[in-house]
Design a protein around this ligand. Structure first.
Ligand SMILES: [Zn+2]
Length: 361
């Protein structure tokens, strides 16, 4: 079941001035109020999403959906889309989804499936959204040089994206399932896009050291052509952090960035996937049995204790960002602390987690 963590369906209709629980339903049913047209900024965001893995559904009045494991990223998109966004939901696996309302103006993007029309040219506004969603930055083995790549699973898409990049003045190459910008153009690309996007700041880093600081993730690196053991395990720990639970091999493979080892590499080195999870100290199921709990979740006691401790350490009201930062610090000291997602899941929202846990102290 997906729960709304941010519900944007309702609002005040600018035409009749009334507050409605669902603007789209109001506009469908009303005899006097009509669908508000998308403005240019909203169109640019929609185009940026369609360059990446945004999916358009429905015919006459389509809606657009985008998925991410990064909640701050979707919150940013929600703010940018304004009244067009219905909000953000989270499913049981910790994946976040933003969906727009169904809107007739989106039907013009039928012609964007599977690739944008040949007469459309890439703008920095659309490119910024595209990069924040589906771009990645990787680094040379010394960590000093950055290279930008984009996900593109089929050849038709890779060709179309390279054409758009070339028209905008950027040289690129086809990689396996990706398009890569020429490494000399990383700086020009970031300058062309403008300011870093909230929730995706790490993609604006031009050295690995800065990238890791912004992502608060453990280092994953290669020595020659090989990932050292600790580097492999860090990849797995970062995945568990991001996904909110120790990942299955399939989940890991869908999640992992280009510069990370594959699930196969990790499993082979450790013997099998289960041994890898154990070696990374992520074998929650076994740890939880010691607490008398079943299933792949943190026991309530651990969640309560973690939130209370974080609240005690942080001055002022405890925000999600505070909790994340505190957890990253404690995990660096080798402690096992539930992720933000794991804390929120049993309560539905961060606020109700706080209310329940801190009130029961
Ligand atoms: Zn109205």
């Amino acid at each position: 079941m997906a729960n709304y963590i941010l519900d944007g369906r309702g609002g005040v209709c600018a035409q009749c001035g009334e507050e409605k629980r669902s603007l789209s339903q109001h506009w469908v049913k009303s005899a006097t109020c009509e669908f508000r047209p998308l403005d240019d900024a909203q169109h640019e965001i929609v185009r940026g999403l369609l360059l990446g893995d945004g999916t358009l559904g429905g015919r006459r009045r389509p809606s657009l959906e985008v998925q991410s494991t990064r909640e701050p990223h979707l919150r940013w998109l929600h703010r940018q889309l304004g009244w067009l966004s219905r909000g953000i939901t989270q499913d049981g696996r910790g994946v976040y989804r933003l969906r727009t309302m169904s809107h007739g103006d989106l039907s013009e993007y039928e012609s964007w499936r599977p690739t944008p029309p040949s007469n459309w040219e890439l703008t920095p506004q659309a490119a910024r959204v595209w990069y924040a969603c589906d771009g990645a930055v990787g680094f040379t083995s010394d960590g000093a040089r950055a290279q930008i790549t984009f996900a593109a699973s089929n050849d038709e898409k890779r060709t179309a994206l390279r054409r758009l990049l070339s028209q905008a003045g950027f040289q690129s190459a086809k990689w396996d399932r990706r398009v890569a910008l020429n490494r000399d153009e990383t700086g020009d690309w970031l300058a062309w896009l403008g300011d870093p996007v909230p929730g995706s700041e790490h993609k604006w880093a031009t050295s690995r050291a800065v990238y890791q600081r912004l992502r608060a993730e453990r280092p994953v690196w290669k020595e020659g052509r090989k990932y050292p053991d600790e580097s492999l395990l860090n990849a797995l720990r970062n995945a568990a952090d991001d996904l909110g639970t120790p990942p299955s091999k399939g989940d890991y493979d869908r999640w992992h960035p280009e510069e990370y080892p594959t699930g196969q590499t990790i499993a082979k080195r450790c013997g099998n996937w289960h041994d890898a999870i154990k070696a990374a100290d992520l074998d929650l199921v076994e740890k939880l049995r010691e607490y008398g709990h079943e299933g792949n979740e943190y026991p309530r006691e651990m969640i309560y204790a973690a939130v209370r401790e974080a609240d005690h350490v942080v001055e002022g009201p405890l925000t999600r960002e505070d909790y994340r930062a505190w957890r990253a610090m404690e995990r660096d000291r080798g402690r096992m602390i539930p992720s933000l997602t794991a804390v929120i899941r049993p309560f539905g929202t961060w606020q109700s987690a706080l209310d329940t846990i801190l009130d029961s102290a």
